[in-house]
Design a protein around this ligand. Structure first.
Ligand code: GDP
Ligand code: ZN
Length: 460
C-alpha cells in the first residue's frame, strides 16, 4: 500500500516544556535533511537511526535558524505507523511548533488528518481495529481503571478472544462445507452434534464478553450516583467529604449544567460520577430546587442513589416522598447525624425503605464513610475486579456487534437443534463470523474505518 508523507503536531496546543512535530512516510528523513542542521552542519541522516540528535531547524534557502531542537529518525517498520518516522522535539508553545510544522509542510509533507498516524498503524497491519480504538480510549481515559481496560485492549486482550471465537466459527464452517460435499447420513449426524457443541461454546464466550459491558460502562463513564435528601440532612457535607478524600479526577466535564453539578471521584478504584446540587447556595435540595419531575428523570438514569435522613429530627412528609421516589432503585441509605441524640430509630427507616442497605453516619465526624465506600464497592463488584488481566468491553460499537453475533449464533443453534438443512445454518455462522470480524477490523468497511478515526485528535 502506498501512502504519502504526513506531518502534524503531536503534542497538545498551548505552553509546555516541549512540543513535538511528527512526520511519517517515505520522505520523512529526506524532508528533515533539508531543514535540520547540527552546529557542525551535519544532517540527521549523518547519524545513527533512533538517536536523539541535537541541532536546529533552519530555513533551507537562507540557513536562518528557526528553533533549537532534538530530532530522531526511526526507520520502518518498527515504528508507530510501520513507516519511516521523524520526530522533532522543539520548545513548547504555539509559535515554535507552528513554524516547524509549516516548514515541514513546505518541504514536502501533507498535514495529517485526525487519527491518521494510528489509521496507518492499522492499515499497515501493526494493530487491529479494536487496538486502534483502544488508543483513543487511552487518551480519553478519565480514571485509572478505564485506562487499565484500554491498555489491555491495546495489548490485544479483546482481539485475542475475538480471534479465538472466530477460529471456532471457521472450524464450524469447514465442517459444514465438508458435509455439503459428502452428504451421507452418518457424517451429517456427527456434524450436527459437533456443530451444536461448538455453537454453544461460541455463544457462551460471546455472552461472557457481553456480561462485561455494564462494568465497562461504569469504568468508562463512572457510576452515576445521585445524592438525595431534604434540605439540611447533610448532602453537601457528604459531597465535600467524598471529594476531600477522593480527589476529583477531572474538572472539565462536558454536560455540567448550572443546576446540576457533576463531580468525578474515585472510590476504591470505582469511578463515581456524583450528581448533586452542591455548590448551589440557598435551596440545594434536588427535589425542591429542580422539582420532583426533574428529580425523577435524574433518578431514572442513576446507577445508584445515596439517600440521607437526619435521625436527630422526626421524619417528615418530605422524607416519605423521597423514600417513595427511590424504592425501586439501587439505594444506600445514610442515617446521618448519629452524633446527636437520636429521634428516629433504624427500624423506622427500615420500614419506609425495606431491604435497602442502611449505614449509620456522622458525616461531620467522618463516621460511617469508610463503611459507605466499602459497600459501594461490594454492591457493584462482587469480589475483586482484576481489571488489568480482564477483557472488558467498553466500546458501544463492539457491544452492538457482539449483540448481533449473539443473535446469529443463537439462530444457528436453533437451526441445528431443529435439524434444519445445513446451508441454513451456514448463513448464520458466517454472519456471526463476519460481525465479530468487524470488531477487529478484519471484515470492516472503509466508511466505518473512516468514522472511527475521525474521532481522534490530530497528531495521533
Ligand atoms: P444539605 O442541605 O443536605 O446539603 O446539608 P448540609 O451538608 O449543608 O448540612 C446542613 C447542616 O448539618 C450543616 O450545618 C452541617 O454542618 C450539619 N451536618 C451535616 N452532617 C452532620 C452530622 O453528621 N452531624 C451533625 N451534628 N451535623 C451535621
Ligand atoms: Zn447542601
Amino acid at each position: 500500500m502506498y501512502f504519502d508523507t504526513i506531518a502534524a503536531v503531536a503534542t497538545a496546543p498551548g505552553e509546555a516544556g516541549i512540543g513535538i512535530v511528527r512526520i511519517s512516510g517515505e520522505k520523512a528523513l529526506e524532508i528533515v535533511d533539508k531543514i535540520f542542521r547540527t552546529k557542525k552542519e551535519r544532517k540527521l541522516s549523518d547519524f545513527q537511526e533512533r538517536r536523539l540528535t541535537y541541532g536546529y531547524i533552519v530555513e533551507p534557502d537562507t540557513g536562518k535558524k528557526i528553533d533549537e531542537v532534538l530530532a530522531v529518525y526511526m526507520k520502518a517498520p518498527y515504528t508507530y505507523t510501520k513507516e519511516d518516522i521523524v520526530e522533532i522535539n522543539c520548545h513548547g508553545g504555539m509559535i515554535p511548533v507552528r513554524r516547524i510544522l509549516e516548514i515541514v509542510l513546505e518541504n514536502g509533507a501533507r498535514l495529517a488528518e485526525p487519527g491518521e498516524f494510528t489509521k496507518r498503524a492499522f492499515l499497515n497491519g501493526r494493530i487491529d481495529l479494536s487496538q486502534a480504538e483502544a488508543v483513543i480510549d487511552l487518551i480519553r481515559a478519565k480514571t485509572d481503571s478505564s485506562f487499565d481496560v484500554s491498555f489491555n485492549q491495546l495489548e490485544g486482550g479483546l482481539s485475542k478472544e475475538i480471534n479465538e471465537i472466530r477460529e471456532i466459527l471457521l472450524r464450524m464452517l469447514a465442517n459444514i462445507e465438508a458435509s455439503i460435499d459428502f452428504p451421507e447420513e452418518d457424517i451429517e449426524t456427527m456434524t450436527y452434534e459437533g456443530l451444536l457443541d461448538e455453537g454453544n461454546n461460541v455463544l457462551k464466550r460471546i455472552e461472557k464478553l457481553l456480561d462485561t459491558v455494564y462494568t465497562g460502562k461504569i469504568l468508562r463513564e463512572g457510576l452515576k450516583t445521585v445524592i438525595l435528601g431534604k434540605p439540611n440532612v447533610g448532602k453537601s457535607s457528604l459531597m465535600n467529604a467524598i471529594l476531600r478524600e477522593n480527589r476529583a479526577i477531572v474538572t472539565d466535564i462536558p454536560g455540567t449544567t448550572r443546576d446540576i453539578i457533576e463531580e468525578y471521584v474515585n472510590i476504591k478504584g470505582i469511578p463515581l460520577k456524583i450528581i448533586d446540587t452542591a455548590g448551589i447556595r440557598e435551596t440545594e435540595d434536588v427535589v425542591e430546587r429542580i422539582g420532583v419531575e426533574r428529580a425523577k428523570s435524574l433518578l431514572e438514569e442513576a446507577d445508584l442513589v445515596i439517600v440521607l435522613f437526619d435521625v436527630s429530627k422526626e421524619l417528615t412528609e418530605e422524607d416519605m416522598e423521597i423514600a417513595r421516589l427511590v424504592k425501586n432503585k439501587k439505594v444506600v441509605v445514610l442515617t446521618n447525624k448519629i452524633d446527636l441524640p437520636p429521634v428516629v430509630s433504624r427500624e423506622e427507616i427500615e420500614k419506609i425503605l425495606p431491604g435497602k442497605k442502611i449505614i449509620e453516619t456522622s458525616i461531620i465526624k467522618g463516621e460511617g464513610l469508610e463503611v459507605l465506600e466499602d459497600s459501594l464497592k461490594e454492591m457493584f463488584f462482587a469480589g475483586e475486579i482484576k481489571i488489568k488481566d480482564n477483557t472488558i468491553v467498553t466500546n458501544a460499537r463492539h457491544k452492538s456487534l457482539l449483540l448481533k453475533a449473539k443473535k446469529n449464533i443463537e439462530e444457528a443453534i436453533e437451526s441445528i437443534e431443529m435439524g434444519m438443512p445445513i446451508d441454513c445454518i451456514e448463513v448464520d455462522v458466517k454472519d456471526c463470523w463476519e460481525n465479530l470480524g468487524q470488531i477487529t477490523g478484519d471484515t470492516v468497511t472503509e466508511d466505518i474505518i473512516d468514522k472511527i478515526f475521525e474521532e481522534f485528535c490530530i497528531g495521533k
